[in-house]
Design a protein around this ligand. Sequence first.
Ligand code: SAH
Length: 228
Amino acid sequence: MFLARIFTLYPEFFPGPLGKGLYGKALSEKIWKLDTVNIRDYATDKHKTVDDTTYGGGSGMLIKPDVLANSLDSNLNSNEKIIYLSPKGKLFNQELAKKLCKEKTINLICGHFEGVDQRVIESRNIEEVSIGDFILSGGESAAFVMLDSIIRLLPGVLGNEISVEEESFENGLLEYPQYTKPQIWEKKTVPDVLLSGDHAKIKDWRLSQSEAITRDRRPDLWQKYKKN
Ligand code: SAH
């Protein structure tokens, strides 16, 4: 069973959307499990203080190192991966999702305010991961994004495993356009080739569409694809 342990100030946000549909079913089938740890439970003063002002000035607050470390040390087993969701982190992508779905347990720290004290990141060997070049108010929504993409890769979660393999990024390209019934909708018809029943031709058409879309929209992916 894959365990996601979330360190957060808002445990009530979870499992949220991840508890629904196929993912909810997979939860009850024990394919995966979600634990939340409320960082605030590890504050030691009577006001349950989790944050404090930054050294060197600035208006923001940071999550205190002692409180965060205490929450980690009280819940982790040795050698588990710890990830802090952070705009400074390495960019999350499908490749990392595939790597992380092979772990037994991942620990995700959701920051708030201006973030967390740097010393915890270093002392507990925490990896920083970003979901994109923008700033969120907290790490929870980033944790949802990461988990959503990881859970669908766990064996048994999606009914149709083939659909995972043909998606955008799997071959370094964006996906080709797709169509369903009715065949004519608002006077627009489906491309003829898809109705031809000629599987080799359909494969070629899809590849050329994927290439054109990738070249047009994502020059970065296109350069990498051409090199390989
Ligand atoms: N001062 C920080 C931003 C703090 S945003 C900086 O400039 O780097 C508050 C929290 O939201 C962070 O602690 C982090 O957990 C989360 N967060 C914000 N943007 C994120 C992103 N792009 N990816 C992952 N987590 C993010």
